[in-house]
Design a protein. Sequence first.
Length: 329
Amino acid sequence: MLHHILNISDLTKSDLDYILSVAGNIANNPSRYGEVAKGKILATLFFEPSTRTRLSFESAMLRLGGGVIGFSDMSASSAAKGESIEDTSRVVSCYCDVMAVRHPVAFEPHKMASVATVPVINAGDGANEHPTQTLTDLVTIRQRFGRLDNLCIGLCGDLKYGRTVHSLIKMMARYPGNRFVLVAPESLQMPADIIALLDEGGIEYTVTDDLEAAIPDLDVLYMTRIQRERFEDKSAYERLRGIYILDAAKLGAAKKDMVVLHPLPRVDEIATDVDSDERAWYFKQAQFGVYARMALMIALLGLNNMMGEDMLYVSAPEKRDADRLQAGA
Ligand code: CP
């Protein structure tokens, strides 16, 4: 059974198939899962601000019939009095069945996991990883295209500090035929260790700073925010902010069935005139994040026995939307 989810690579292909399948099934009929986690408690320990991740985790557990405890601000916890993160983990383990932890410093959730007696989920650690955002992204892409392979995926913006793209590229590189276009200024390009993984795996990728030139080839355009809070040199942030802005005019050059994703929050990298385009899926993506986290907690807590066979596995979603858009409808 799954235990901690600290890095996206903690998930095997069969774990992932299970989570995507259950999440797809939940998306079709969320209310059927309303008692699956009755009596279970999720603790959300957020040492760094969040809207989507914390609230979607809490919504996910409540929608499964469980309860939620936690804090959304380090100053509201005994960390402010100097308690170590390990002691916090030991204590909160006594109060819950699963923990979701966000921290501004990379690998702090890993420290909590090293002493926890319940599963720990990394809800974003510094500039390192954000595995449940990747589950969200995969559920969304699968719902959109009916598959996760043979796609041309553009990652645009802050690829250096953006933890969501680090987890996403590692996972999407596992699927055959995927190609990546890495769109960023040189100073914010993908870290060398991830480029090395692509090279070792013989994965096709292009490095560019030209978003407009990249757009026509893409099936998925994954926009990201320049991560102001991770810059030591604030003047460097000021020089780079606003460097990529996707607007309706630029989207005109994209395929009719391309999908625009963004982990959110956005600042200015997607103009609001894109929001009404059928290719803009970033708010749907936030909805799929609830289903992804519901499915992950079902897997981590071993709640299969609470569900009928029909609630576990479904075939890949139909490509209704993709086909309709391809036809120009
Ligand atoms: N996508 C994401 O992690 O958003 P939050 O920072 O609001 O949780």
